[in-house]
Design a binder for this molecule. Structure first.
Ligand SMILES: O=c1ccn([C@@H]2O[C@H](COP(=O)(O)O)[C@@H](O)[C@H]2O)c(=O)[nH]1
Length: 281
């Protein structure tokens, strides 16, 4: 199988062509109900198909939230598999939000699951948790390099509870979050237009000027919409690093369904808001 171009390169192209937005696919039970669907496999399937068909050819990046599919067991995973394949066939990039992290030997199996070309859940990138130590992610880093995929490492998450761990200060005076950012900067050194190893940094976090966000890689920014952040907050939160931000909106877009035109209009609105917020920074 021919290798893909590196994820960072493909991501830059996709956002230049389709706009700077990642739409999350999070089939919450409450959303299924708002869409007039059952909280069952048929509802999950209809919801997912509607999002894929309405947005797959228009949006640069999708972030399916694996948990909402896993809760339906093997039939939910089958819906997820099909969505990933169809989104990629429509020219979109897929970031699987599964937040995997384990000892290295098990991490290697997670990497095979999501980052090995030809695997049923093969995705363009995977969210990973570094809290068994950044080095435990090495098998995923290695396979991502080999397969042209990427990683998003949880560095500064959008939830208030994250600070307890991520802002804790190490003996060398650096916080855990800052340490993760430094590891990513090292992975991405010398890559153009940017590297493939990104950080998750919440758009909800206010001024982050005390952190060095210049990791030369993408910054996946959840928190816009339902969690209260707006596109207009991005320059304040990310400063000059805003050019590498991949803003994620899940419920903020999905609540406009099931009408495909309304879903598209909402995604376009968010992308426009991001464009105008970051222009001139
Ligand atoms: O720090 C993080 C990391 C991941 N997420 C995920 O992003 C979406 C956000 O959904 P919204 O509906 O737009 O709030 C969801 O899948 C989270 O698990 C995050 O919010 N924060």
């Amino acid at each position: 199988m021919s290798p893909l171009e590196p994820f960072g390169t493909r991501l830059r192209t996709a956002m230049d062509e389709r706009g700077p937005l990642c739409v999350g696919i999070d089939p919450h039970a409450s959303l299924l109900s708002e869409w007039g669907l059952g909280d069952d496999i048929a509802g999950l399937e209809r919801f997912t198909r509607t999002v894929v068909e309405a947005l797959g050819e228009h949006v640069a990046v999708f972030k399916p939230q694996s948990a909402f599919f896993e809760r339906f067991g093997s039939r939910g995973i089958a819906v997820l598999e099909r969505a990933v394949v169809d989104l990629r066939a429509a020219g979109a990039l897929v970031v699987m939000d599964a937040k995997r992290g384990d000892i290295g030997s098990t991490m290697a199996a997670y990497a095979e699951t999501f980052l090995r070309k030809g695997a049923p859940l093969f995705s363009d990138a995977l969210t990973v948790s570094p809290y068994l130590g950044y080095g435990s992610l090495k098998p995923a880093v290695d396979l991502a390099r080999e397969s042209g995929t990427g990683l998003f490492v949880l560095a500064l998450t959008s939830n208030p509870e994250g600070a307890e761990v991520q802002r804790a200060v190490r003996e060398d005076g650096r916080s855990i979050g800052a340490t993760m950012l430094a590891h990513l900067a090292a992975e991405n050194a010398g890559q153009t237009p940017m590297g493939s190893f990104g950080a998750v940094v919440g758009a909800t976090l206010g001024d982050l000027s005390s952190f060095d966000l210049a990791v030369n890689g993408p910054l996946l920014a959840p928190g816009i919409g339902a969690q209260g952040a707006t596109a207009a907050d991005l320059p304040k939160v990310f400063g000059a690093a805003v050019r590498n931000v991949v803003p994620n909106v899940s419920r903020g877009v999905l609540r406009h369904g099931p009408d495909p035109a309304a879903l598209r209009a909402s995604a376009e609105r968010f992308a426009d808001e991001v464009r105008s917020a970051v222009s001139g920074v």
